[in-house]
Design a protein around this ligand. Structure first.
Ligand SMILES: Nc1ncnc2c1ncn2[C@@H]1O[C@H](COP(=O)(O)OP(=O)(O)OP(=O)(O)O)[C@@H](O)[C@H]1O
Length: 364
C-alpha cells in the first residue's frame, strides 16, 4: 500500500518526504527539483508496540510500514503534458491514497509558481489537472461502452449511465470521490477504472514554525473549503519538522518539540493519518523472538490476516488464538490471559479487530 505526496512545485513536498523517510529526496528552493519520483518506506509510530515490548521483552520489535511516494511538482497544464505532467500523473495512478500538500506559509524568499500564496487556488489547480486526467480515462471508456449500449446490451447501458454521471460531475469540477454513485455501481464500474480523484485524500497545510499548533488564517480557509469532502486536514510546519528529524539526539528532539508546543512530531500524526486513509489496521504477534505489528485491510478475516505473514498460514489455517490488546496489558502475559479464560479461540470467519494480539495454528 502506498500514499503519494502531491502539490504544486515548491510547496514543501520533498521537505516533507525527507522528514518522513530515510531515502533522501532532493530539496531546494527551485521548482522541479524532484524529477524522478522517490519512494520511501516509513515506520508507522504505534505506542502499543512499546507497551507490548515492555511486557514481552522480545529480541526485536518490528513496526508496521507505509510506502510514501514523492511525486514531483504538478503544474497547470500537466494533464496536457506540461512540465513533466503525464509522467507525474502516471505515478499518482499507481498509489492508493493521496497526501496533498498546500503551501500555507508566507516567505518572500521562496518562489511561488503562481506569484502569490493562495492554498485554495493551488488546490483547485491541482484538482483540475487530476480531474482532466480522469475525464480523459472516462471518455476513452465511454467510447467503447457506447457502442455496446447501442446494440441494446443492458449491462453496457447501465455502465454508460454511470460513466455519464461521472463525466458530468468532473466537468463541473467535482472529484470522483465526491460524486454520488451507489455502492454496487461504484464497485462494478468505478473502482476498476482506478481514477485518480477517486483515491482517498489527506490535506497537509504546510505552515511556518509559529503556526504549528494553532494554525493560521490560510489553514482556516482550507478547512472551510474542504469541509464537504469528508477529508482530514493536518497542519504541519514541514521545514521545522525536517530540522527536527535531522537531530541525532533524542532529548534534543524532545526539547525542540516541547518548545513548539507539540507532544510528538507532526510527521507521526501524518503517518498514522495516511495509514488510516489507506483503510488499514494493525494486529500484533507477540513472542520472545519478536513483537511485530502487521497490516491488514479493515474487515479482513483471520485466515487473511494469517496470509499476511505467509501464504502457507492462510492455506493451512486451522484456528487463531486471539487476545484483545487491552487484556494483554491488564493481565501482563499470554499465559495469564489464558489462565483467566480471556484467550479467544477463533475460526476462519473471525473478523480481525485493530489491536488484536494473534497466534495462528495451521498445518501445511
Ligand atoms: N513551512 C515552511 N516554511 C518555510 N519554508 C519552507 C516550509 N516548507 C518548505 N519550505 C522551503 O520551501 C522550499 C521548497 O520546498 P521543497 O523543495 O520541499 O518543495 P517541493 O514541493 O518538493 O518542490 P518541487 O515540486 O519543485 O520539488 C525549500 O527551500 C524548503 O526549505
Amino acid at each position: 500500500m502506498k500514499a503519494g505526496i502531491v502539490g504544486l512545485p515548491n510547496v514543501g513536498k520533498s521537505t516533507l518526504f525527507n522528514c518522513l523517510s530515510n531515502a533522501k529526496a532532493q530539496s531546494a528552493n527551485f521548482p522541479f527539483c524532484t524529477i524522478e519520483p522517490n519512494v520511501g518506506v516509513v515506520n508507522v509510530p504505534d505506542p502499543r508496540l512499546k507497551k507490548l515490548e515492555e511486557l514481552v521483552d522480545p529480541e526485536r520489535v518490528i513496526p508496521a510500514t507505509v510506502e510514501i511516494v514523492d511525486i514531483a511538482g504538478l503544474v497547470k497544464g500537466a494533464s496536457k503534458g506540461e512540465g513533466l505532467g503525464n509522467q507525474f500523473l502516471g505515478n499518482i495512478r499507481e498509489t492508493d491514497a493521496i497526501i496533498h500538500v498546500l503551501r500555507c506559509f508566507e516567505n518572500d524568499n521562496i518562489v511561488h509558481v503562481d506569484g502569490s500564496v493562495d492554498p485554495i487556488r493551488d488546490k483547485e489547480t491541482i484538482d483540475i489537472e487530476l480531474q482532466l486526467k480522469d475525464l480523459e480515462s472516462i471518455e476513452k471508456k465511454l467510447d467503447k461502452v457506447k457502442r455496446a449500449a447501442k446494440t441494446g446490451n443492458k449491462e453496457a447501458q447501465k455502465e454508460e449511465s454511470v460513466l455519464l454521471k461521472l463525466k458530468e460531475g468532473l466537468e463541473s469540477g467535482i472529484s470522483v470521490r465526491a460524486i454520488e454513485v451507489s455502492e454496487d455501481d461504484r464497485e462494478t464500474y468505478v473502482q476498476p477504472l482506478q481514477l485518480i480523484t477517486d483515491k482517498p485524500v489527506l490535506y497537509v497545510c504546510n505552515v511556518d514554525e509559529g503556526s504549528a499548533v494553532q494554525g493560521n488564517a490560510l489553514v482556516e480557509k482550507v478547512k472551510e473549503n474542504v469541509a464537504n469532502e469528508n477529508a482530514e486536514v493536518i497542519t504541519l510546519a514541514v521545514a521545522t519538522e525536517a530540522d527536527i528529524a535531522e537531530l541525532e539526539d533524542y532529548e534534543e528532539r524532545e526539547m525542540f518539540l516541547q518548545d513548539m508546543g507539540l507532544e510528538e512530531p507532526g510527521s507521526s500524526v501524518l503517518i498514522r493519518a495516511a495509514y488510516k486513509l489507506l483503510n488499514q489496521q494493525t494486529y500484533f504477534t507477540a513472542g520472545k523472538k519478536e513483537v511485530r505489528a502487521w497490516t491488514v485491510n479493515i474487515g479482513a478475516t483471520a485466515p487473511e490476516a494469517a496470509g499476511v505473514i505467509h501464504t502457507d498460514f492462510e492455506k493451512g489455517f486451522i484456528r487463531a488464538e486471539v487476545i484483545k490488546y487491552q487484556d494483554f496489558l491488564d493481565y501482563g502475559s499470554e499465559s495469564k490471559v489464558r489462565e483467566a479464560g480471556k484467550l479467544g479461540v477463533e475460526g476462519k470467519n473471525y473478523i480481525v479487530k485493530d489491536g488484536d494480539v494473534m497466534h495462528f495454528l495451521f498445518n501445511v
